[in-house]
Design a protein around this ligand. Sequence first.
Ligand code: SF4
Ligand code: F3S
Length: 385
Amino acid sequence: MSALEVLDDFNTSHFLEKQSSRREFLGFCGRMAVMLGLAESAIPQVAAALQEAARRRPSVIWLEFQDCAGNSESFLRAESPSVGQAVLQSISLDYHETIMAAAGHRAEEARDTALQENSGQVIVVVEGSIPTADDGVYCTVAGKTALQILEEVEPHAAAFVAVGTCASFGGLPLARPNPTGAVALERVVGKPVINLPGCPANPDVIMGLLVHNLIFGRLPDLDRQKRPLFAYGKRIHDTCERRPHYDAGQYALEFDDYGARQGYCLYKLGCKGPETYNVCASMRWNGRASWPVKAGHPCIGCSEEAFWDRFTPFYERLPNVSGFGVEQSADDIGKMLVGVTAAGLAAHAAYAWAVRRADKKAAEMTAREKAARKKAIREAEGESE
Ligand code: SF4
Ligand code: F3S
């Protein structure tokens, strides 16, 4: 069956009928195929998988504990056809405090009913870390602690999905001194957990997990931190559009300097892309419009374990990152590519110094000084070539 034939079927099955055009929906299926590492010819399979999901509508319970609801926001604010819409049409989201219409006792009843009716089959999504200090009193919902809620829910769960870094690894609440005794989801449940870290997690990754399960009928391959390899198998550094500048030894040294304006590598401004695994560079955010590094900010490593403790101060650079393949540290790269001769090294140093000096003076510039600065940069560029 071709993708269009599958779509015809969709249009009679009410799936995404009113919310998206064929073109948008095919684009969405194409994105899923790319993320899962499938060929373009697999787009009909992706479309059929979503159709199948829409028929079966597996029950999903979404629990929020120590979090900011950022993952829910990320997921619901996705572009058209909204990932949120697509997922909501593909699953039966029986409980989600932020978006469900019911409140109070009715909401809790809805959760209990869904658990009883789908016992053993429920996919439990957890957003936020779980406090364990003082019997877990630092996070309660409807008078129960997060620990008590998980204890009640687990017997009915088929598997857990930890969405976002707080649920996956403890996130900000777990950062030193961790007063609430926050832990990751997998520390308090025994059933299988899939981690989708990120602050927040990329909405396409959440959808990709569902599509993968439907197409292949099994959980995706995971890394040692229980993250799906289809989304967390590559470093940000390996898919980053600024990578050619890293390899060429061209770095922004300040946020508004010449290098920053030229889109140079942000490594020396603290980028943690070399030690971070995520899809940001390839899938991007907000309708694929942008992502942190494209917008000019270093990656802070938000999808890595203990990133608040490991990667702060965020604007200090990682030590001894290998690069240019795997043989060289970043310090060596700049030197090597400017030239192996002493003259070449001097030219690179002079370039960096001249650009810094020009930028420092920019703060109190007159028109005449602006022209002089431009000239200094042009000269510096000429010397570095
Ligand atoms: Fe991109 Fe950061 Fe790697 Fe530079 S260090 S290439 S900005 S990921
Ligand atoms: Fe996080 Fe780095 Fe992506 S900060 S959102 S993993 S670019």
